[in-house]
Design a binder for this molecule. Structure first.
Ligand SMILES: C[S@@+](CC[C@H](N)C(=O)[O-])C[C@H]1O[C@@H](n2cnc3c(N)ncnc32)[C@H](O)[C@@H]1O
Length: 377
């Protein structure tokens, strides 16, 4: 085991040239952005209210909570660091002494070595729960949704993107009950499909899960929800879910509300090679405005790439409309070269188009397909 540094924290973890589930005390430096975002959202949460309890059920080395203590002002409350692997909990305990603010913190720090499901199944409500498994978060959602406090924040990471992005459509259907398809915008679609799975899970317990932040990077999708006790809002969100008909550029040609979908539609139209139906997916905004603006006030040591990503999200959240991949569109139009993204955005008008967090080669715009084609010429 070796000592590592990330942001303001120092901690023990295993180092292997290949990161894998059986590497010992798990630490993947490539997931820095994922952790930056958790810290950013916790920072926002602490700026809005005083938490009673924050739970890290799959903490591994504890890098996330250690960074939280070192980079943020955490008021006295209860913080739970759990992992199924006893080696992880031993490492996390040893790491506390490396972090001066964590060592001096006056709240209740609990180390626990059990399954996340057992940990979350009982106890008082938590204001923050971080679900960060290997693969799918599905086995943990039910317990997490029931344990989160009213207006608490639930963070959910999925690394089984092949199932959510349409690489394995049958797996997507079996596990996530959704039609999926590969496209240049598959990461947005994956985020929205997973968001709706969480919404459905919450609604079964009379709870409304509102997406406050969505992100996809490398091989993972990460979502944050503010969860409310509201049966009426949870029923509305189920009716508001949509199926989207997308083309090869990822552009949404048609949106059909779940409530209005003829039973056979998604299956029959899902067979078309050029226009494919995906969903059900959440059609809600993918970022909360006050959370995004918090970027100007946080003390979290965000990496430059995380800061840039949040900047893009800030721009993008002002635009209502579909994303579209400019490279695929240029090839469909037979253009000799792809026009610069900035140029296309300028021609459409910065108030109507922006870059998107979900792809470097796409833009988001409220413009029609004809207008986008015109701006490409
Ligand atoms: C992806 S790693 C977590 C990484 C960590 N959150 C970080 O930021 O570095 C997943 C962790 O979940 C733990 N784990 C796997 N199954 C679990 C379960 N059922 N309950 C609790 N922990 C589990 C593993 O031991 C592993 O440490």
């Amino acid at each position: 085991m070796e000592e590592h540094v990330e942001g303001g924290a120092r901690f023990f973890a295993d180092t292997r040239s290949v990161v894998s589930a059986d590497m010992g005390v798990f630490y993947n430096p490539q997931m820095r952005e994922n952790r930056d975002l958790s810290l950013f959202v916790i920072s926002w949460l602490l700026s809005c209210r005083t938490p009673r309890r924050l739970i890290f059920p799959m903490a591994a080395s504890g890098v996330r909570p250690w960074r939280m203590f070192e980079e943020l002002e955490v008021p006295p409350c209860e913080v739970v660091i759990n992992d199924l692997d006893p080696r992880a909990i031993e490492a996390a305990k040893s790491s506390r002494a490396l972090n001066p603010r964590a060592s001096a913190w006056g709240g209740s720090l609990i180390f626990s070595n059990t399954s996340a499901q057992a940990l979350l199944a009982s106890g008082k409500p938590a204001d923050y729960i971080e679900i960060d498994p290997f693969g799918s978060p599905l086995p943990f959602l039910d317990a997490a949704i029931q344990r989160i406090a009213h207006r608490g924040v639930l963070a959910v990471t999925a690394t089984d993107t092949a199932a959510l992005c349409g690489t394995y459509p049958k797996t997507g259907l079996r596990k996530y009950h959704a039609f999926t398809a590969r496209s240049p915008l598959m990461h947005e679609h994956a985020a929205r499909i997973l968001a709706h799975v969480v919404e459905r899970n919450a609604s079964r317990h009379g709870r409304y899960a509102r997406v406050i932040f969505a992100y996809a990077h490398l091989h993972y999708v990460k979502l944050f929800f503010e969860v409310y006790d509201s049966k009426s809002a949870s029923a509305r969100i189920i009716a508001d879910a949509e199926y989207w008909r997308i083309d090869r550029t990822g552009f949404t040609r048609e949106r059909v509300a779940h409530a209005h979908l003829p039973v056979s539609t998604s299956h029959e139209r899902g067979q078309d090679a050029d226009l494919r139906f995906i969903g059900p997916l959440s059609a809600q905004p993918l970022a909360d405005a006050s959370l995004i603006e918090h970027i100007d006030h946080t003390s979290v040591q965000l990496s430059p790439t995380t800061r840039a990503a949040i900047g893009t999200i800030r721009e993008e959240s002002r635009i209502a409309g579909s994303a579209i991949d400019l490279h695929v569109l240029a090839s469909e139009m037979g253009l000799a070269s792809v026009p610069r993204t900035a140029h296309v955005i300028e021609r459409l008008g910065a108030h109507r188009a922006s870059r998107t967090r979900f792809s470097d080669t796409a833009i988001r715009t409220g413009a029609s397909l004809d207008e986008i084609r015109e701006a490409m010429r």
